[in-house]
Design a protein around this ligand. Structure first.
Ligand code: S3P
Length: 172
């Protein structure tokens, strides 16, 4: 098992936060969620940041927070936002600072899991499925580019998924 940070990457609705929390508890490591850390440090929610500063403003905050979490000397489980891989600096920072797990789920699962979403600015559109498809085509190659493990869970239970993942991580 790596003694460095573990990054969870993947699209909105892949379960990065839920599984990350469970995984951190299985491994006895701190859990950090980049989006949540942004919200905590700004006192504003993600939608508000998108509204006031646009996606570019959010991406800047996201990169800054990634660098901040990486600088923690305690090896942690770090859940990232779906768009973190868009920046090559972010991709390099993650591969340099630890191991990267791509949580892969089917598009159908993404459609279902984001069906009632009201919080993700990029999904508050008329044709949510097309947006998910488009983001998937753009980002799947980037997730794969930096992933040490592409993890496809066979279970729907976060605890079970985290246990399976911890098992796979024991060899890296
Ligand atoms: C985004 C994903 C979100 C959040 C923001 C943008 C994206 O995080 O960072 O709404 O570009 O895919 P989750 O993947 O945790 O939903």
């Amino acid at each position: 098992m790596t003694t460095r940070h573990l990054f969870l990457i993947g699209p909105m609705g892949a379960g990065k936060s839920t599984i990350g929390k469970q995984l951190a508890s299985v491994l006895g490591r701190p859990f950090l969620d980049i989006d949540l850390e942004i919200v905590k440090s700004t006192g504003a929610d993600i939608q508000w940041i998108f509204d006031m500063e646009g996606e570019d403003g959010f991406r800047q905050r996201e990169s800054n927070m990634l660098m901040r979490t990486i600088s923690s000397s305690t090896p942690s489980v770090i859940a990232t936002g779906g768009g973190i891989v868009l920046s090559s600096d972010n991709r390099n920072a993650m591969t340099t600072a630890g191991k990267v797990v791509y949580l892969w789920v089917t598009k159908q699962q993404l459609y279902e899991r984001t069906e009632r979403d009201k919080k993700r600015p990029l999904l508050q559109v008329e044709d949510r499925k097309s947006t998910i498809d488009l983001l998937y085509e753009q980002r799947d190659p980037l997730y794969r580019e930096i992933a040490d493990i592409v993890f496809r869970s066979s279970s729907f239970h976060a605890q079970q998924v985290a246990a399976e993942l911890a098992d796979q991580l024991s060899v890296i």
